[in-house]
Ligand binder design. Structure first.
Ligand SMILES: C[S@@+](CC[C@H](N)C(=O)[O-])C[C@H]1O[C@@H](n2cnc3c(N)ncnc32)[C@H](O)[C@@H]1O
Length: 257
């Protein structure tokens, strides 16, 4: 059950980054022989999207065996394994593309992870971090909801995440020796009519994330303020979410961080 809830969360997160994924996939030049690895593949949301296009051989690894098992059932067309991204169980240069999505903020040593992703990708192949948020640049409006951003960043930190990973992505890619690095940040968009289902789902996520930071009454108050502001067409919640792509050099040398 817990894994199914996580899966729903990952599906929701994937909707936020869908337009950018489509754009990035075009740069991967996917063909039938393309071999793609997703590190930190969770329940298989991104891997399934790639394998269901039928245009690639897709592999996913995750350190959490329950996530890998869920992905295996959810997406029989991809290949899944249990592995720590700091020590990938693949030989040198076996992938054309290695990517991740909402992942680097969670790892102990992102330099080491990138080194491993580079090692298993062929020279001339591509590395992509499709989405890494930066809660340090979060915008909340109206001001009654600003505290929510601070609380969420604190909660992420207490769960071992780096809430400012987004801004570090470009440097990580450049310092790893990747070539032709380009990095960017996703735009925001707000619709006039509130999407009740997405609202409920996001607040369910917040209940889990902020459980240790908020009393039940504070949670209800913030939720009400958010709902009112959303209904009145005022609410802005923007978490800058960065992406980066780079090419693996022919004479690749990793930083061995
Ligand atoms: C936020 S989830 C993202 C899942 C998936 N990429 C997606 O977007 O749907 C992050 C995933 O990274 C995994 N993870 C964290 N540290 C890891 C590590 N060192 N090696 C491999 N996976 C790891 C977690 O178990 C979790 O499934």
């Amino acid at each position: 059950m817990r894994m199914h809830k996580l899966h729903q969360r990952y599906q929701l997160q994937a909707t936020w980054t869908a337009p950018n994924r489509r754009r990035l996939y075009a740069t991967f030049n996917l063909q039938h022989s393309t071999r793609i690895l997703e590190v930190g593949s969770g329940t298989g949301v991104i891997t399934r999207e790639l394998s269901s296009s039928g245009s690639a051989h897709v592999y996913g690894v995750d350190i959490d065996r329950h996530a890998a098992a869920y992905a295996f059932t959810y997406d029989p067309d991809s290949n899944y394994g249990i592995a720590d991204g700091h020590r990938l169980p693949f030989k040198e240069g076996v992938f054309d593309v290695a990517l991740c999505h909402y992942f680097l903020l969670w790892v102990a040593n992102p330099n080491r992870i990138l080194d491993e992703m580079i090692r298993v990708t062929r020279p001339g192949g591509m590395l992509a971090a499709i989405a890494e948020p930066d809660y340090g640049g979060r915008i909340d409006h109206p001001s009654t909801l600003v505290a929510l951003g601070t609380l969420q960043a604190r909660a992420l930190e207490s769960h071992g995440a780096d809430p400012r990973m987004g801004r570090k992505l470009r440097a990580l890619f450049s310092q790893a020796g990747l070539q032709s690095v380009f990095a960017g940040v996703l735009a925001g968009e707000w619709r006039s009519s509130p999407d009740e289902e997405a609202f409920d789902s996001e607040w369910e996520m917040l209940r889990e994330d902020l459980g240790s930071e908020l009393s039940e009454q504070e949670y209800k108050d913030f939720r009400r303020l958010d709902h009112e502001a959303t209904e009145q067409g005022e609410r802005i919640l923007y978490v800058p979410t960065f992406y980066a792509v780079g090419i693996v050099a022919n004479d690749k040398k990793t930083s061995n961080a």
